[in-house]
Design a protein. Structure first.
Length: 136
């Protein structure tokens, strides 16, 4: 009788300890891709499956991403304050700042996204009619 084939790769059993570690690293600014390259972490696809299957992990992950966005916003100030114009590093610093602004806006659009201004021109026609006319 033939043995059933085992799937290739690391075991992907969900554990709260692993979920906590993933969220901690994300909150510190690490990308999910970088986290998942570590030998003791699950593959990216597994993490996405866990997010779909575990509501508590999904909420924890969302909070970690918000913290990550706040961290990127803090880094923007640090980068801007640390570059000296005479060193020629201004272009590099601007690129780093723009990348962090973009990522923060994607992670927390309500907080760091572009503010939209709505300009609406509406015309309303009000007419009075008797109840008799309405229910005819």
């Amino acid at each position: 009788m033939a043995k059933a084939k085992r799937p290739i790769g690391r075991p992907t059993t969900y554990s709260q300890e692993t979920a906590d570690k993933i969220c901690e690293l994300i909150a510190r600014g690490m990308s999910l891709r970088a986290i998942c390259t570590s030998a003791d972490m699950p593959a990216g696809g597994t993490v996405h499956r866990w997010l779909a299957e575990h509501q508590d992990f999904q909420e924890q992950y969302a909070r970690a991403r918000e913290e990550q966005a706040d961290g990127f916003a803090d880094e923007i100030i640090d980068i801007a304050d640390s570059v000296a114009p005479e060193t020629g590093e201004v272009a590099k610093a601007k690129l780093q700042i723009d990348a962090r602004k973009w990522k923060a806006a994607k992670l927390a659009p309500k907080k760091y996204g572009e503010k939209l201004e709505l300009d609406a021109d509406m015309r309303v026609k009000v007419e009075t009619r008797s109840l008799e006319d309405i229910f005819k």
